[in-house]
Design a protein around this ligand. Structure first.
Ligand code: SAH
Length: 459
């Protein structure tokens, strides 16, 4: 067939069976065996009738009109707004179906790099909805009132209004509503990214799972918002358990939500929460795992898989505020941590002091650069924990790690595709995987998967 002739047309109605699920959670039906149509809310084996909403050279996007033959795992929740905003693509998939699918996604990621490794069944969350301890939502004046929610996937100018965000701790949802209504009463100008006018851009809310402390961050285009003192007072009066109210000044014209420019309007500059009995201070800019309950399971698992010894020198790379290293510090001799966000390292240092940990040292640096520095210093490293962002590790970091020659590397990953790529590289450089790759569901209702794997030194 000539390349410029597409097998489908825009708005055409197609029917087909879902043969694959992509890493972003979209179901795929094939047209003429080679042309994929990607669909939200379409699960493996389902027969779907859809309309094509975007047709490109190599693939198309469609919207589901009818599920002609549903999967046994489909459980319609009647929450179309979550699919419109794209925040919970698996909302209509039973929880056991989600766990099966996530295991399959990890298996596929490893198969794609020709690694045949066993993948264990996904460890599920006890509470698969309303689990998130943090959210950042945009605001917009829409249909005559101030609206909060998430942007419509298909129309980025419109917010899909939400009261129940389904993934958030309900107190967070309630807090967003209170702050939004206060801003609405004060007629606070909302930032418009076309005219570059206005002030308020986002509301961020964080809540400690154990501490129940609430942090509210008002992200503003202007250094000061009109009626700031009165708005702050109203928030302080109306938000229960508020511990920290911050104004984050973000004059940037990018998609970055928060800058490092924070001003405390009321209360503390950070909140606290606990993980595995250790207390952590969490500032507005620090990465902190969003699912507090499964994070404890994850860290326990990582420590267990690492078979820690009292004589171990351990590295915690991509450490955030030091949560992994500090939770294992009492089981090893020494912990060295590295993290690129300086404020997170400042938090890590506070956490070390507050938990009276004497054997941990955290450094603000690029992890690959620091790993090479440690290599040059011949740092003793028996075990290395890595927990990189979605893009995974770099070869520079892995080469330095191999040189440091640890017995064990525990790889914690939020992206099985880069994890598989990196593990392949490590297996070509003297390491082998021991035991199964273990997926764990940190992000129920979404297409994200967390995994842990243990690599051991072949020599
Ligand atoms: N281990 C922590 C954080 C994991 S998230 C926890 O469990 O909470 C990944 C972390 O890597 C983030 O804190 C991010 O700021 C950090 N990071 C991203 N790029 C980095 C780099 N090049 N060097 C060091 N840290 C980096």
């Amino acid at each position: 067939m000539p390349r410029n002739i597409l097998p489908v047309k825009l708005n055409e109605i197609k029917e087909g069976v879902v043969t694959d699920i992509l890493h972003n959670g979209m179901g795929v039906i094939m047209v003429d065996q080679h042309y994929p149509v990607k669909l939200v809310d379409a699960f493996l084996g389902e027969k779907i009738r859809c309309r094509l909403t975007q047709v490109d050279r190599l693939s198309a996007y469609g919207e589901v009109l009818t599920v002609v033959k549903p999967s046994a795992d489909r459980q319609n929740q009647n929450k179309a707004y979550l699919l419109e905003a794209g925040v919970a693509p698996y909302v209509n998939l039973s929880y056991s179906g989600q766990l099966k699918l996530k295991r399959r996604q990890v298996e596929q990621a490893f198969a794609a790099v020709d690694l045949k490794l066993p993948v264990a069944a996904t460890i599920g969350a006890d509470q698969p909805t309303h689990y998130r301890n943090k959210t950042v939502v945009p605001l917009k004046n829409q249909n005559g009132h101030l609206t909060t929610g998430f942007f419509d996937r298909k129309n980025k100018d419109t917010i899909v209004p939400m009261d129940d965000y389904y993934l958030n701790d309900p107190i967070i949802d309630q807090t967003i509503g209170i702050v939004r209504d206060i801003l609405d009463q004060f007629k606070t100008p909302i930032y418009n990214d076309v005219t570059k006018q206005g002030a308020m851009r986002y509301i961020m809310v964080r809540r400690g799972y154990y501490s129940q402390q609430v942090m509210v961050v008002l992200v503003s285009h202007l250094a000061q918002i009109p009626d700031e003192a009165a708005i702050a007072q109203a928030i302080v009066e109306q938000v229960p358990a508020l511990k920290s109210l911050i104004l984050n000044h973000n004059p940037r014209q990018t998609s970055q939500q928060l800058t490092g420019d924070n001003r405390v309007l009321w209360g503390d500059a950070a909140i606290h929460d606990q993980l595995l009995g250790h207390d952590f201070v969490i500032g507005p800019n620090s990465f902190y795992q969003v699912n507090p309950k499964t994070t404890e399971v994850l860290y326990q698992l990582a420590a267990q898989m690492g078979e820690l010894k009292a004589s171990d020198h351990a590295i915690d790379a991509y450490s955030g505020i030091g949560t992994i290293g500090l939770s294992i510090a009492d089981q090893v001799q020494q912990v060295y941590g590295v993290e690129v966000v300086e404020r997170a390292v400042e938090d890590a240092k506070i956490n070390i002091a507050q938990n009276q940990i004497k054997n941990a040292q955290y450094i603000a640096a690029d992890a690959p650069v620091q790993m090479e520095k440690w290599r040059d210093e011949n740092l003793p490293a028996d075990i290395i924990f890595v927990d990189p962002p979605r893009r995974g590790l770099t070869e520079t970091l892995m080469d330095a790690m191999v040189y440091l020659n640890p017995d064990r590397v525990v790889y914690v990953s939020c992206n099985p595709v880069t994890m598989a790529r990196d593990i392949k590289y490590m297996t070509e450089h003297g390491y082998q995987v021991q035991g199964p790759i273990q997926p764990l569901d940190q992000f129920p209702q979404t297409a994200h998967v967390e995994c842990v794997a243990l690599l051991v030194n072949k020599h």
